[in-house]
Design a protein around this ligand. Structure first.
Ligand code: FES
Length: 122
């Protein structure tokens, strides 16, 4: 038998607060949608980070969140499309592209980029 947890979601873009009851064996995003709560998503399989939230309190389990580095998971980010609740939770939606920028932004503009043909070495 699944046990249920209460998920408090602050959708910061729409300044809306939701409360949903979610079984611990179902993805949070899917359960929220079944209760009429529309949240950002795209791929639905843990790859794109569109559904990322900051976990403010509570425990979440996301073994399939391959799009999110372990570092960011430790910092309290989660992908709701592949997350299970392990306790009652308070979460808030990320800024647009926040997680993407945190993961990949720091690599922009670094390193050597070679454009065109290799230079003659003589
Ligand atoms: S919707 Fe793409 S990671 Fe959740």
């Amino acid at each position: 038998m699944a046990s249920y947890h209460q998920i408090n979601i602050h959708d910061r873009q729409n300044n809306t607060h939701y409360k949903v009851q979610v079984p611990d064996d179902r993805y949070i995003l899917h359960s929220a949608e079944n209760q009429g709560v529309e949240l950002p998503f795209s791929c639905r399989n843990g790859a794109c980070t569109t559904c990322a939230v900051r976990v403010l309190s509570g425990e979440i389990y996301q073994p399939e969140a391959m799009g999110l580095s372990l570092e960011l998971q430790k910092q309290g980010y989660a992908l709701l499309c592949v997350s299970y609740a392990r306790s009652d939770l308070f979460v808030e939606t990320q800024d647009e592209d926040e997680v993407y920028e945190l993961q990949f932004g720091r690599y922009f503009g670094k390193g050597k980029v070679q454009v065109g043909l290799p230079l003659d070495e003589d």
